[in-house]
Design a protein around this ligand. Sequence first.
Ligand SMILES: *Cc1c(COP(=O)(O)O)cnc(C)c1O
Length: 321
Amino acid sequence: MSAISLADVYRARQRIEGRVCRTPLVQSPALSRIAGVPVHLKLETFQPTGSFKLRGATNALAQLTEEGATRVVTASTGNHGRAVAHAARALGIEAAVCMSSLVPKNKVDAVAALGARVVIAGKSQDDAQVEALRLVREEGFAFVPPFDDARVIAGQATIGLEILEALPDTATILVPLSGGGLFSGVAFAARNINRDVQMIGVTMERGAAMHASLAAGKPVLVDELETLADSLGGGIGLDNRHTFQMTRELIDRVVLLDEASIARGIVHAYREERLVVEGAAAVGMSAVLDGVLKESRGPLVIVVSGCNIDIETHRRIIGAL
Ligand SMILES: *Cc1c(COP(=O)(O)O)cnc(C)c1O
């Protein structure tokens, strides 16, 4: 049993229409040459907040608003926090984003600039999460999870609809994999339209919680390690309700990448595709460059999930190779 139906995905599309970009799907001649099959890039880098997370957040908030919610909260400091702040402003509801006192000022400022209330609590992500849940219990906020939520998954799934509509003979889709909201959604939509689409999850070797959980057959904890693909860090939750099960059912293969490979993907995107991408978004391109997809059928679509990389970090990576 999936958390969502195909009807949920079409309803999500109606809800987010006009608020979220229907992103371009562009061919990559350079990657097509390397892969030996046509390769296309689904450019979520063009979303107004710089990542696909706006789809799930907008669908979730629109649904919560329909149900009467007037204030939402999350504890994410990254792309999900930005997306919730942006979507709340667009829908005219209040958003709070809980963060620990260790979160860098530029991230705090970015969320505040989107009109969200920043709540500083404690010294860790866990402390921030506790504060978010307190706001839910005591102040009537609705919590918006970053991935393990049916409304969020249905929002991310609209990417799968768009891919299959733009390129009906898509044979393989590569999706960055972390908590699995993106993967579950895209795979669910794509497989419901064409059951033969091959679904590949791509993630980093360093601290890949979903990969470790798939291997263990149940959600497990992993040590969080620093990686260029910082948006792929974090656990899947030991009490995971949807994305572990869905990912397990829908995934054909997981590709794991080392840090040098992720850097090559970022450099390739810049030099050959003229795109600034963050590490988490480069992984599909890295996998093609590494030549690990030789058995995959084409056309092949790579979900390029976001562009929110620190610009100095980006410059260092581009300069180093
Ligand atoms: C959140 C995120 C991912 C991973 O999405 P999950 O739903 O957690 O698997 C990939 N890329 C970017 C840029 C992200 O922000």
